[in-house]
Ligand binder design. Structure first.
Ligand code: GAR
Length: 190
């Protein structure tokens, strides 16, 4: 079986990456994670190291400006020759070069029910607004901030006692299988 090559981009603890890697160990999994790229020395890179998967860190601070970083990021992703690019807690907007190279093949996971609460603080913003239901969304990435086509969503109840951390943990618990399911589905269709 030929597996669809997937590149994963992260900035954080990489629990979504870990879920993708776990599922990829199953013999019938239709995708393979061919590389992990981070914009910082993210703790989640340990999951890739543990699985013997190539890693690259492309730091904004190591580049002359944002445009140069965008080009370097695109070059790093391109070297992996992925068919699908998964933003799994990647906390930077991807720029025009990556969209030009992989447009329609980049997906992002977000800890809120888009189009509500886009951006970097989806959990905090939902809690501050006082919503009773929030959740996780997996979307196609376009040039906007979390504006792309919605591919899948799962709802999570907000509890009276929730803090940003407790709510985010419950969201992550549903977000991981949701993301794995979408990546499986897209990979199988290719
Ligand atoms: C995830 O909940 C993801 O939805 C969120 O960062 C977390 C990363 O967790 N992404 C965003 O907020 C993007 N706007 P992880 O590093 O444990 O996978």
């Amino acid at each position: 079986m030929t597996r669809t090559p997937v590149a994963v981009l992260i900035s954080g603890t990489g629990s979504n990456l870990a879920a993708l890697l776990r599922a990829a160990q199953e013999p019938t999994c239709p995708y393979a994670v061919v590389g992990v790229i981070a914009d910082r020395e993210a703790s989640g890179l340990e999951h890739a190291r543990g699985a013997g998967i190539p890693i690259e860190v492309v730091r904004l601070a190591d580049h002359a400006d944002r445009a140069a970083w965008d080009r370097a990021l695109t070059a790093a992703v391109t070297r992996l020759e992925p068919e699908l690019v998964v933003l799994a807690g990647f906390m930077k907007l991807v720029g025009p070069p990556l969209l030009a190279a992989f447009g329609g093949r980049i997906i992002n996971t977000h800890p809120a029910l888009l189009p509500a609460f886009p951006g970097a603080h989806g959990v905090r913003d939902a809690l501050a607004h006082g919503v009773k239901i929030t959740g996780a969304s997996v979307i196609e990435v376009d040039a906007g901030v979390d504006t792309g086509r919605i591919l899948a969503q799962t709802a999570v109840d907000v509890l009276e006692t929730d803090t940003e951390d407790t709510l985010h943990e419950r969201i992550k618990a549903v977000e991981q299988p949701l993301l794995v399911d979408v990546v499986r589905r897209l990979a199988a269709a290719r």
